[in-house]
Design a protein around this ligand. Structure first.
Ligand code: ACO
Length: 401
């Protein structure tokens, strides 16, 4: 056993990846269990006792995975006091992307005006956020980038089979985001353990373009519908309760910490009974786990960052606390992570602090002009190959960063 309050393991490069901003966005529309009773044969009592869920949020007509992700990302940038042009990398963890390609991350990069950022989507179902934070943290610690935005965003309501009462009662829509920043101050992301077991790929999924299911002669009868989620809830439940404790213990070992050193575990919000079972397997009080599944249901890759934001709002996380994330879901995949929380502790803030909120707003406005102008100039290039005044204006706008 390792003693408590271990010194942070040194980073080989001397660079650490800190979470310095966080934000969330959920749709206004609430769908209660009572309202679900009118859609499928179920009851408020069944849903509450089997899952702990009372209500979930459903995206409106004008909302999407990218628009929710954008809102969450902007809020995280405010907290971190980072300008869009400082961002090097944007990763969106999602199972409900806007398109197969272009990525939801590229759409958000454009809307933010993050003109110097790379952007891609990451598919690891409900484990996606933890996978993505690890990818961003590794890039920061290697010295290759300085600032990353990681977003978990979902519109699960759009892939629900609203006739399947075993799944449609569980899921909801929303987004959460964090900003990670490089610093020589010790702490931040301490360890991560990512795992996959593709032999369980049939237990939950969303068949889509290229799916082997399409070539399966049983496609029409095996219950898998194109672009709709299917799940064997009982088997996923058993898998989740088996891996959570084991995975958190592995991540703690890697960080040279014990469970007693952890002040809060932020798990994927799938089902209150899964969280309670995980607490039993780790021999800790259920209160050590953050839970808001009652109000949002399962928002897949968005659930951990949304729960993280609410834990911060509720004052459950303080600077220098050790906290853990655990995600699990389709793939099968699972991932845990230990973080020494930085919070709003100031890490090398840039000058010009008071004008930065205005500069961020200007950057969003500029991004909108630039996007429209780029589209128009691409159209002009097609109809009139000569570079005209519009193209020179576009170049000027690019230099405004
Ligand atoms: N309302 C009323 N009755 C229902 C409902 C419902 N919404 N759904 C199922 N039932 C019935 C079943 O038909 C069954 O009836 P029967 O006994 O007459 O056959 C009975 O309730 C019990 O069904 P179970 O499936 O055994 O119920 P269980 O207690 O296992 O709960 C649940 C089901 C909630 C889906 C649970 O298995 C679960 O939460 N699984 C994990 C899901 C999960 O965590 N997914 C996470 C990953 S998601 C991702 O990665 C995208």
């Amino acid at each position: 056993m390792v003693a408590h309050n271990q010194v942070v393991l040194p980073s080989p490069t001397g660079i650490y990846a800190h979470i310095v901003g966080w934000g969330m966005a959920v749709p206004d529309t609430v769908l209660t269990n009572q309202e679900l009773e009118a859609i499928v044969e179920t009851s408020d009592e069944w849903i509450r006792t089997r899952t702990g869920i009372a209500e979930r949020r459903i995206a409106g007509e004008r909302e999407s995975t990218a628009s929710l992700g954008l809102k969450a990302g902007r809020r995280a940038l405010e907290v971190a006091d980072v300008l869009p042009t400082d961002i090097d990398l944007i990763i969106v963890a999602t199972s409900t992307p806007e398109n197969i390609f272009p990525s939801t991350a590229s759409l958000i990069q454009n809307w933010l005006g993050a003109t110097k950022a790379g952007a891609f989507d990451l598919s690891a179902a409900c484990s996606g956020f933890v996978y993505a934070v690890d990818m961003a943290a590794q890039s920061i610690r290697s010295g290759s980038i300085k600032v990353a935005v990681v977003i978990g965003a979902e519109t699960m309501s759009r892939v629900m089979d609203w006739q399947d009462r075993g799944t449609c009662i569980l899921f909801g829509d929303g987004a959460g985001a964090v900003v990670l920043k490089a610093s020589e101050v010790e702490g931040g992301v301490l360890s991560a353990v990512l795992r996959s077991d593709g032999s369980g790929s049939d237990l939950l999924g969303i068949p889509t373009v290229g799916s082997g299911d399409l070539r399966n002669p049983d496609f029409a009868t095996n219950g898998h519908k194109m672009h709709k989620m299917h799940m064997n809830g009982g088997e996923v439940f058993k898998f989740a309760t088996r891996v959570i404790g084991e995975s958190i213990t592995q991540a703690l070992d890697k960080a040279n910490l014990n469970i007693e050193d952890v002040s809060l575990i932020v798990p994927h919000q799938a089902n209150l009974r899964i969280i309670q079972a995980a607490a039993r397997s780790l021999k800790v009080e259920p209160e050590l786990f953050m839970s808001n599944v009652d109000r949002y249901g399962n928002t897949s890759a968005a659930s951990i960052p949304i729960a993280l934001c609410e834990a911060v709002q509720q004052g459950r996380i303080k600077p220098d606390d050790n906290i853990a994330f655990i995600g699990f879901g389709g793939g099968l995949t699972w991932a845990s992570m230990v973080v020494k929380w930085t919070g709003s502790k100031v890490l090398e803030r840039s000058n010009g602090g008071i004008l930065r909120p205005q500069r961020r707003q200007f950057s969003y406005l500029l991004a909108r002009w630039r996007a429209n102008l780029r589209r128009f100039s691409k159209f002009l290039e097609r109809v009139r190959p000569n570079r005209g005044r519009i193209l020179r204006l576009r170049d000027k706008l690019d230099q405004l960063d």
